[in-house]
Ligand binder design. Structure first.
Ligand code: IMP
Length: 206
């Protein structure tokens, strides 16, 4: 079993990564580096942020054969030209979900997307995978599940094997994790990561 150290302070993200990666035989552990502040560079792209975090954290990997993973995500709102995007954490901590909804008053389009970039370092190589989830901002916050902007985000319906699946207008915070995962940006980024991990494992064992 390969150990994957997930560097994040967000326990909601760790739960989602464990759910996705453990059934495939990856032992996901949270990497918290005591006394070290990992800086987030101000970049327009999530991938640049993720790569910078990997660079900063690799020296703290407990074992060089383990994988190191970081993941960066954000909410990109069409009517606000992609804001808050890479500033999502700051915006959540300052104006919160209610403040975001206030910014949307009078906007005709409520389209938005969550984006996630998962990056991992394995045997000295960096692999990056991106996931996007399209949806709409709700008119009011609803639900207690999930985290962050989940209470104001309603994912668009998706097609699975010819059938359409939706949350019937419910937000990500109204549904449980297994439902969110069918739509989620993070799950898509993690799935890409899983494929890369499996390909890398297969190549190194052949
Ligand atoms: P981070 O920098 O990747 O931790 O994410 C930045 C911010 O994006 C978080 O603080 C949340 O506000 C928001 N965010 C990222 N992913 C999600 C999600 O799956 N649901 C709700 N909010 C999210």
């Amino acid at each position: 079993m390969r150990t994957v150290w997930f560097m994040t302070g967000n326990s909601g993200k760790v739960r989602e990564a464990k759910h996705a990666l453990e059934p495939l035989g990856f032992d996901v552990r949270q990497l918290v580096i005591d006394g070290v502040e990992v800086s987030e560079p101000q970049c327009d792209d999530l991938e640049d942020v993720a790569r910078s975090k990997l660079d900063q954290a690799q020296q703290y990997l407990p074992n060089s054969s383990d994988a190191l993973m970081v993941e960066d995500a954000g909410l990109f709102v069409d009517a606000l030209q992609g804001f808050p995007g890479v500033y999502s954490a700051y915006v959540l901590n300052t104006i919160g979900c209610k403040g975001m909804l206030r910014l949307m008053v009078g906007e005709a389009s409520r389209g938005a997307q969550f984006e996630a970039v998962a990056a991992f370092l394995l045997d000295g190589e960096v692999h990056v995978s991106r996931g996007i989830c399209r949806g709409q901002l709700s008119f009011e916050a609803s639900g207690n599940e999930g985290f962050g902007f989940d209470p104001i985000f309603i994912p668009d319906a998706i097609e699975v094997d010819g059938d359409f699946s939706s949350t019937s207008g419910l937000t990500f915070a109204d549904v449980d994790l297994s439902v969110k995962e069918q739509f989620s940006h993070r799950r898509k980024a993690l799935n890409g990561l899983i494929e890369l991990l499996l390909t890398t494992e297969a190549a190194s064992s052949s």
